[in-house]
Unconditional design. Structure first.
Length: 267
């Protein structure tokens, strides 16, 4: 099925969209029944249109074929218009209202729902495909670099994963930025004794795919990384200031004073 993912998406989309289609069909059926009663009451005695509106079943059939599927609608409305009575004029207005409600409103809403379902199913299939790639390829590489076999990765093991050509190729295929992971690795492995479970690393890879929409989780991770980098920069600045303050200052001598007076006198 991986060779034809579009077919899988369409089949699963049809299965998921069945409920929406059934709900729309029920709504159209109720509209057909209600408007059929109204139209039949208005023009059932008109012989000119009795073939379309003579009985309730005939009226419902006309509404389904000509009102919902818009087959030969103009001819039906033309026959009603040509009769020219008050009831047929009201029937034309009711028929047009049914088209607005049943075809233009409900059917277009159904199309919008089906589009949303197709997008959701396609996104789900892509996630499943990405997870499959990670499990079949990246997970194998992670376990191969887990030299201790405890299911955790230390800093050196994680660095080896990001240097491996196979894992880099698979990560780039999933639009995962390895440079970002190198920065993230510096934050996660502040202590060289720290070890991260392989399951956590896999979830980090899934959340870092470049084609994913931005979520609150992504913003939270980015804020944590930003705070870590700002904290590191402030600590370096504090150490630099502290070091400069501890350095011995040169003593002011008569020679320094004489040099200063000479410079002032030349101004």
């Amino acid at each position: 099925m991986r060779t034809v993912p579009e077919l899988v998406t369409m089949v699963k989309g049809m299965r998921v969209a069945t409920r929406a289609v059934m709900a729309s069909s029920l709504l159209v059926t109720l509209l057909v029944y209600a408007f059929a009663i109204l139209l039949n009451m208005l023009v059932r005695d008109e012989q000119a249109v009795s073939t379309h509106f003579g009985t309730l079943p005939l009226t419902m059939w006309t509404l389904v074929i000509s009102g919902t599927f818009l087959d030969d609608t103009g001819a039906i409305l033309g026959e009603l218009r040509d009769v020219g009575t008050t009831n047929t004029t009201l029937c034309v207005c009711a028929f047009l209202i049914f088209i607005m409600l049943g075809t233009i409103t409900v059917m277009n809403m159904l199309i919008g729902v089906l589009c949303e379902v197709a997008c959701a199913v396609a996104a789900g299939e892509k996630d499943a495909f990405d997870i499959c790639i990670l499990k079949e390829h990246v997970l194998v590489v992670l376990k191969a670099f887990d030299t201790t076999g405890n299911g955790n990765l230390c800093r050196a093991e994680f660095e080896n994963v990001l240097k491996d050509d196979r894992s880099v190729n698979f990560l780039e295929a999933l639009h995962i930025d390895t440079a970002h992971f190198r920065i993230l690795m510096s934050m996660l492995y502040e202590d060289n004794k720290t070890e991260i479970p392989i399951a956590v690393v896999m979830q980090m890879f899934l959340n870092s795919r470049g084609d994913l929409p931005v979520t609150i989780e992504h913003l939270n991770d980015m804020l944590q990384l930003l705070f870590w980098r700002v904290r590191g920069a402030l600590e370096k600045f504090h150490e630099k200031v502290h070091t400069e303050m501890l350095q011995p200052r040169p003593q002011l001598t008569e020679h320094h004073v004489a040099q200063a007076l000479v410079k002032v006198s030349t101004l």
